[in-house]
Design a binder for this molecule. Sequence first.
Ligand SMILES: Cc1cc2nc3c(=O)[nH]c(=O)nc-3n(C[C@H](O)[C@H](O)[C@H](O)COP(=O)(O)OP(=O)(O)OC[C@H]3O[C@@H](n4cnc5c(N)ncnc54)[C@H](O)[C@@H]3O)c2cc1C
Length: 399
Amino acid sequence: MAGLAAAKTCIAAGKTVTVVEARNRIGGRAWAETTTFGIPYDHGCAWLHSADANPLTAIAKSFGIETVPDSDDTEAWWLYDGAKEASDDDHEAAVAAYELLETRIDEAGDEGLDVAAKKYQPPGKWGELAASLVGPLEAGVDLHDLSTMDVYNQIGTGVEWLVPGGMGNIAARYGLDVKVQLGTRVTGVAWTGTGVKVETTKGAIEAKAAVVTVPTGVLKTLKFTPALPGWKRDAIGNTPMGLLNKISFLFRENVLEADPTTHMSQHRADNRHTGFLLNAFDTNLAIGFIGGDAAWQLERLGPKAMVDFGLSVLKDIGGSEVAKAVTKTHATRWGSDPFALGAYSASKPGHAKERANLAKPVGGRLFFAGEACSPKWATQLPGAWLTGIEAGTAAAAAG
Ligand SMILES: Cc1cc2nc3c(=O)[nH]c(=O)nc-3n(C[C@H](O)[C@H](O)[C@H](O)COP(=O)(O)OP(=O)(O)OC[C@H]3O[C@@H](n4cnc5c(N)ncnc54)[C@H](O)[C@@H]3O)c2cc1C
């Protein structure tokens, strides 16, 4: 999305642009398809977070892409402690723990404290669940790796929308009119005072300027000549990729008898707290989420282990019969995807302000964009879009 936005901005400014993409499709971490389940399925982004402030809300609308409000009804939230359905008291305790953690992080932010959010985790099992909702399942990192200031800096209006036909379609539709050279991996970038030379698997490209929009995990592995300055390398190293994976199940019927798009969370004794969107958009699809340290560990064990784990959660809440109604499964593996190396960026505690350095140009010729470069919309598709436009504008002025 950042690359597409930068390209469109440069083209609108009258520049000649070459866009190279390693994959054989556009959209990157914004990707919806219908092949896996026969219905729309987002491998990456799925929510228009803070939809009332999100610049992509209007863009989705202009494309005729349907959006629906996500439920914020905590009473409709299915909550489990292992295989045990939570009591009303548990429900209240879980909501209170979540709100307390958010308030504490907010207060730390008000005081300008950039520390690991772990310090503010409420006690008890519902504190553990709250920690997983704010850390691994939202930010892709556990609270010991979550910067309070990184959370504080991000916009959060509480208005959450979903895209039933696939949020990835926003990027796909947005990029329709951009000519992209697919299957072309960048291996290195040489930069001088007068221009850039981008080495790719399909030859070198020379230009007056380049906009680099790969995720921070990939950015770390790209060879720059001369090397990037220390402040830029520090910013990349201090904004590593977190991980969120989806483990999804299509059922023959609504086997759990869940209302459409029911949120479920499970506290687990093994600390691999998890969540599902059950009967997503009334399609019999259950989309599971696992994030942070547990997600890296599980992904290393392979897709079968991921699916077994997800199914064990669904069996915990619906009984072993649930397995018989599964018709298809899928697990994303964003951590080992060579062109993502994670789901989205997370500032290390104490380093949130370095997102600004990630976005800063180098040598007047190299420009940087992508979700990681946006303090306010970090981790999110709108951050990619906004920083793409900013970097594209600056690159067009330079070239
Ligand atoms: C599981 C998951 C859930 C998410 N949920 C949400 C959500 O609900 N809402 C939200 O707003 N955001 C969400 N996100 C984040 C959102 O998808 C990203 O922030 C956004 O798509 C990032 O866009 P980008 O342009 O910065 O990076 P990318 O989309 O990663 O684009 C970078 C591009 O560079 C390409 N590339 C990489 N290496 C090379 C190379 N060497 N040479 C050439 N090309 C290369 C990649 O293939 C990719 O197309 C989620 C992401 C994941 C993975």
